[in-house]
Ligand binder design. Structure first.
Ligand code: ADP
Ligand code: MG
Length: 700
């Protein structure tokens, strides 16, 4: 389910006349208030102030030239394209267009004088420009650099430029940083907001590109400092608001459900599991709602800790909801928790309920009734658990597994749903992707963190090998050996939707290939477009051990637990993110058998692997430590992607960079409580300026 941006009152339908296409596009970009426009900064700048002589230009330069069209033709090799020759008196250059319309042909008819701007390429066929911007020749050259803004379809740059300048003129840019807060900036040069924004939006005629793009410039510092402060203020407010909320006090008596569960488990808790279980139990016994993140590497045993927390809630007479991002995961929790808890619950006349999107009507109605009556003490499912029709009798604890996989909006929905009653339930989030310190400081200031830092005993480390795609046959041999020993194998393929052009074997092809290579063996196929019932059936066969090999797209990425699986093959490993690879690798090495992870990689046709891809694969081969992986992942990808911000569409930090701007973040952390305590009106204005109606996103 894609995340929809939070609806603000401004988006609400009104009787006003319908919006034009560019106006709608502005809304889509979240640019509704003057200040939003003023804070929409250029992506880059174009230098259209000069015309260059072709004879003086160098290969690779982005240049603007003016001249006469001397030739035009449509060529068909290697594909249909429009070729236009432009002579500026010093030399000739070929303009090449793969997408073109009759209007282009007319604009660039032989004899016309045109101005073209693009990247110049030299070559044995002479100078060329691919898809240059073209306009009629003549007309005054702009005096200053031209800002280019991030935009969407239907919103042309000139329109956006005007809108931004209007916003800049109208917005309230008055100072919100109290003098003592500004003082703490020390010697850092910091321009005021109006000057900073004017500088970046309207470069003066003599402005140099390098200076505009230098993010240590005082104008940039101002924007980054303001942004970080807004974020810290919002986090601090959330934390303080939570202190005023009330939650049920959940405490289990000696000999109660948690102890019964411990006695029933086939293993002893690790010291780390005991420690975090105690941290959680302490939170549950408080009157304020818990808001805790439980992090632990894949396989560290978070599920049982969640089950213990559930036991505390249930024993205290409340319900517990457990949400997982996919049906398969939810199913697994269901199976495991039922195995552990059902007998204990049955003895109390209670049961476990199951809620997913793909459920039959009758079954769903029955489950909903059990949830509403309170008979279902434990409710497990996907985001179906937070849908509107679901009414809990007494929800005391909500557990979200693999929380980073949920969209921001879904997490918000959950909290909103939970706050319907006077009391809020406690909230436990679990993640196998540890949060590096700067991120925790920045985004999760409103979150307490428990960490499981040891794996259950008896695990053998997973050996990771990088194998070139050319050596596929060897990998098949390895699989054969595993099957012969009664072990199981995962084969993961990246799913590239509708992109036949990319040379990727998709899961279906690989499935056919493996089926042929291992006749008589059951080879399973799992991909995200299969109906849920079919997915469940395949997963059940694999879990039972009847199916030795499972080919899948990344649907098995998180949380699947089959201890007998000892080999993980990841095809086109270079296409996966680091955390994703680590999660996938965590699917093996869960039993006692020596396990391996094979990262199959292929360089693009005739080329080499990209720098980032190589860094990722190297990191995977070098370390199995989830924290180290997370650190490197943050380094490689940056925080936006790390937090899944891309997928949610909500930009978390637009200007500041948590790594580079760590000192500014430190400043913002100190400044936030000062501003909030001593200048609440300034704090309010600052938050409104930066977050408008979007504060919720930062808190989710
Ligand atoms: P994750 O933290 O990745 O969610 P799980 O909760 O799925 O890990 O646990 C991984 C496996 O380890 C499961 O099979 C679980 O039953 C088992 N396990 C959990 N805790 C222990 C323990 N203390 N000793 C032995 N096995 C354990
Ligand atoms: Mg898990």
């Amino acid at each position: 389910m894609p995340d929809a941006p939070a609806r603000t009152r401004r988006d609400a339908p009104s009787d006003a006349k319908p919006l034009s296409a560019p106006q709608r596009a502005l809304r889509k970009l979240g640019l509704s208030r003057p200040i939003d426009l003023a804070l929409h900064l250029p992506l880059r700048y174009e230098d259209e102030t000069q015309l260059v002589r072709l004879a003086d230009a160098r290969d690779g330069d982005t240049v603007q030239v003016e001249g006469e069209v001397t030739h035009q033709e449509i060529a068909y090799r290697p594909r249909r394209q429009l070729l236009v020759s432009l002579n500026d008196g010093s030399d000739t250059c070929t303009l090449r267009f793969f997408n073109f319309y009759p209007s282009h042909q007319k604009q660039m008819a032989v004899g016309q004088r045109i101005r073209a701007r693009g990247e110049l390429r030299g070559g044995f066929a002479g100078l060329t420009m691919m898809h240059p911007t073209v306009r009629a020749a003549g007309g005054a050259l702009p005096q200053a650099l031209t800002p280019v803004y991030p935009t969407v379809a239907g919103l042309p740059q000139p329109y956006l430029r005007k809108a931004v300048l209007a916003g800049l003129a109208e917005a309230d840019l008055s100072e919100t940083l109290a003098p003592e807060v500004l003082d703490q900036m020390g010697d850092w040069p910091l321009w005021d907001l109006r000057r900073s924004l004017s500088f970046l939006h309207q470069p003066l005629p003599d402005a140099v590109l390098a200076e505009l793009e230098d993010r240590s410039h005082p104008a940039w510092l101002r924007l980054k400092a303001e942004e970080l402060l807004a974020q810290q203020l919002s986090q601090l407010q959330a934390r303080r608001a939570r202190e005023h909320l009330r939650a049920p006090v959940l405490r289990a008596a000696a000999g109660g459900l948690p102890e019964q569960l411990l006695a029933a488990l086939p293993f002893q808790l690790t010291a780390a599991q005991r420690r975090v279980a105690e941290e959680i139990a302490r939170d549950l016994a408080r009157e304020q709602p818990m808001h805790r993140l439980l992090q632990g590497d894949v396989g560290s045993g978070k599920t049982v800790v969640a089950a213990l927390a559930a036991c505390v809630a249930i024993e205290a007479g409340w319900q517990c909801a457990l949400m997982a991002p996919t049906e398969i995961l939810a199913q697994q929790h269901f199976a495991k928790l039922v195995g552990w808890l059902a007998p204990l619950l049955a003895a109390r006349g209670q049961r476990v309920a199951w809620l997913t999107g793909g459920q039959k009507k009758k079954e769903r109605a029955e489950m909903l009734a059990a949830v509403a009556s309170g008979e279902a003490a434990l409710v497990v499912g996907t985001h179906a658990v937070i849908q509107e029709q679901v009414r809990f009798a007494r929800l005391g604890l909500a557990v979200i597994d693999e929380q980073h996989r949920f969209g921001v909006q879904q997490r918000l929905d959950l909290r909103n749903k939970l706050s319907e009653s006077e009391q809020e339930p406690h909230l436990l989030m679990m993640s196998a992707t540890p949060i590096p310190r700067t991120l925790a400081m920045s985004y999760y200031a409103d979150l307490d963190v428990s960490t499981i830092d040891e794996l259950p005993p008896g695990r053998t480390p997973v050996v990771t090998r990088l194998v070139s795609g050319h050596r596929r046959a060897e990998v098949l041999e390895r699989i054969r050996a595993q099957i012969a020993q009664g072990r199981q194998v995962y084969w993961v393929c990246p799913l590239i939707e509708e992109s036949e052009a990319l040379d990727l074997r998709n899961a279906t092809e690989t499935h056919a290939e493996l089926s042929e290579a291992f006749p008589g063996q059951m080879i399973g196929l799992l991909h995200s477009r299969m109906p849920p019932a079919e997915k469940r059936a395949v997963m059940a066969l694999f879990t039972s051990g009847a199916m030795p090999v499972l080919v899948s797209t990344t649907v098995i990425e998180v949380g699947v637990d089959v201890p007998n699986a000892s080999l993980m093959v990841i095809e086109h490993a270079e296409r996966f993110g680091l955390s994703q690879l680590h999660q996938l690798r965590g699917r093996v090495g869960r039993g006692a058998a020596a396990s391996a992870c094979v990262l199959l990689y292929s360089a693009p046709e005739g080329g080499r692997l990209g720098e980032t891809a190589r860094e990722r694969l190297k990191a995977m081969a070098e370390t199995a430590d989830g924290f180290e992986i997370a650190r490197r992942d943050l380094e490689i990808r940056g925080p936006g992607e790390f937090l899944g911000a891309r997928q949610s569409g909500a930009a978390l930090l637009r200007f500041a960079d948590l790594q580079q701007d760590a000192p500014l973040l430190q400043w913002a952390r100190r400044a936030a409580p000062q501003l909030l305590d001593h200048h609440p009106e300034l704090a309010r204005r600052h938050l409104d300026r930066w977050l408008g109606g979007r504060e919720g996103y930062l808190r989710a």
